[in-house]
Design a protein around this ligand. Structure first.
Ligand SMILES: C[S@@+](CC[C@H](N)C(=O)[O-])C[C@H]1O[C@@H](n2cnc3c(N)ncnc32)[C@H](O)[C@@H]1O
Length: 172
């Protein structure tokens, strides 16, 4: 079991390296769908001391688990959907963010919500900010991203099992 966790962390570490986040300049980083926090922990390890990681997770049990498991004053866990993140940022008095990392299953989300998440995310990013989406091998999201972002890089992390498709969408 421990070995399985080691490899899981190893593969996620590989993914985070290819996210190409400039952690030195990052003040606000958002994560959609942290689940039990594997990516969250890896992001916190790299985030600087004054930055904040704001996670949006609709599953209350995962939120409680994250708050219990990760004691870090830079982490804010919000029990809500990615599509409502803009209201929550307003409440926190955060105008724009540097990066949004997303691990949510877009293939299970209807078209209207998908478009709403992408549109609102673009609006929340500062100029030069990036929306980073990692998901299992599934190309369907690209056409939606193309409608909102002009600069999209597509990476394929084969060291993950199953392989992960990563989109990095920059707000110009
Ligand atoms: C496959 S898990 C990914 C967990 C974690 N990011 C990882 O890679 O280990 C997907 C997570 O997205 C969450 N989720 C699903 N729909 C969401 C939405 N609309 N907004 C935010 N999170 C969502 C689920 O509750 C779940 O925790």
């Amino acid at each position: 079991m421990r070995e399985a966790q080691y490899w899981r962390n190893f593969y996620y570490e590989c993914s985070i390296n290819v996210f190409n986040i400039d952690f030195r300049k990052t003040k606000y980083l958002i994560e959609y769908g942290p689940g039990v926090g594997t990516i969250t922990k890896a992001l916190l390890e790299k985030l600087n001391a004054n930055a904040k990681l704001i996670c949006f997770e609709p599953n209350a049990k995962f939120c409680a688990f994250l708050n219990k498991k990760i004691r870090d004053s830079r982490l804010i866990v919000i029990n809500d959907y990615a599509e409502n993140h803009d209201f929550c940022l307003k409440k926190l008095n955060i105008k724009k963010v540097d990066y949004v990392c997303s691990g949510i299953p877009y293939s299970l989300i209807d078209r209207g919500k998908k478009e709403s998440i992408i549109k609102k995310t673009k609006n929340s990013l500062k100029k030069g900010g990036k929306f980073i989406i990692y998901q299992q091998y599934n190309w369907h999201l690209r056409k939606y991203l193309d409608s909102y972002f002009e600069n999209i890089s597509q990476l394929f992390e084969v060291r993950n099992i199953p392989p992960t498709l990563i989109y990095v969408c920059e707000k110009l």
